[in-house]
Ligand binder design. Structure first.
Ligand code: ATP
Length: 222
């Protein structure tokens, strides 16, 4: 479904969201107070506007409330991020995602009505740290305080050349295998019970964080 997005702030975060939304066929208006940034996105975004988003009249004249989703991607200037989020909310934007610099900033954004607050630096730091402490964890996402999704490489031969049915991860480890990545190009989504696990396969598993860690220890040992 095609949606209308407005992105305020064209740093690396806002810019990367813009490119991805455009690739996904969405309509994207971008706004930045820097002429250089706006010029960079002139031929990428659907519309690019140079303006200070802290000016309420500008937000109104752009019809900000008619956008389905506004992304406030201003980072360093916390005051501007808060003010723009507040004005977008007051003008009636249905859904606002705002980028937080730190926990205090996040709390304020939530209080003033941001529908989703994201912490890209913190979250990417966590993902990379999990990868650093285990050479078998290739990627890691916290789904909630309790549950995680991890991509774990199988290097323990005990788990190879056996079907998922025999390995019985759900009963033995309390995790669900949602996909298997094999080699560079093959991704087996929702693998059947008869799927045979091969050495160097990467299992995408979901489970409680403790169970995922426990499985990581077993799949990685030899
Ligand atoms: P990133 O990590 O995404 O690169 P950042 O967290 O360092 O960015 P900033 O560089 O502070 O964030 O801001 C991102 C962009 O937002 C910048 O291009 C900046 O010009 C723009 N910006 C900041 N304040 C405003 C404002 N009031 N109106 C419009 N654009 C703004």
């Amino acid at each position: 479904m095609k949606k209308n997005f407005a992105i305020i702030g064209l740093g690396r975060f806002g810019g990367s969201i813009c490119r991805t939304l455009i690739e996904a066929g969405q309509e994207v208006l971008v706004m930045d107070k820097s002429e250089e940034r706006v010029n960079e996105y002139m031929n990428i975004a659907t519309h690019a506007v140079m303006a200070n988003a802290q000016d309420e009249a500008t937000l109104k004249s752009l019809g900000i409330r008619n956008f389905d989703h506004v992304i406030v991607a201003i980072g360093e200037d916390i005051q501007a991020s808060i003010l723009v989020t507040l004005m977008a909310k007051e003008l009636g934007v249905p859904f606002i995602t705002a980028k937080a610099q730190n926990e205090y900033h996040a709390r304020v954004l939530e209080k003033i009505g941001a529908d989703k607050v994201v912490h890209p630096e913190r979250d990417m730091g966590k993902r990379i740290a999990h990868h650093l402490v285990s050479k078998n964890i290739l990627d890691y996402l916290e789904l909630s305080d309790e549950f995680s999704l991890a991509e774990i490489r199988v290097t323990n031969k005990k788990f190879c050349q056996k079907s998922l049915l025999t390995l019985n991860f759900r009963q033995k480890f309390n995790v669900t295998v949602v996909a298997i990545r094999r080699g560079k190009n093959e991704l087996i989504v929702s693998p059947s019970a008869s799927e045979i696990v091969l050495i160097e396969d990467c299992l995408l598993v979901v489970g409680s964080t403790d169970c995922v860690r426990n499985l990581d220890d077993k799949l990685g040992s030899t």
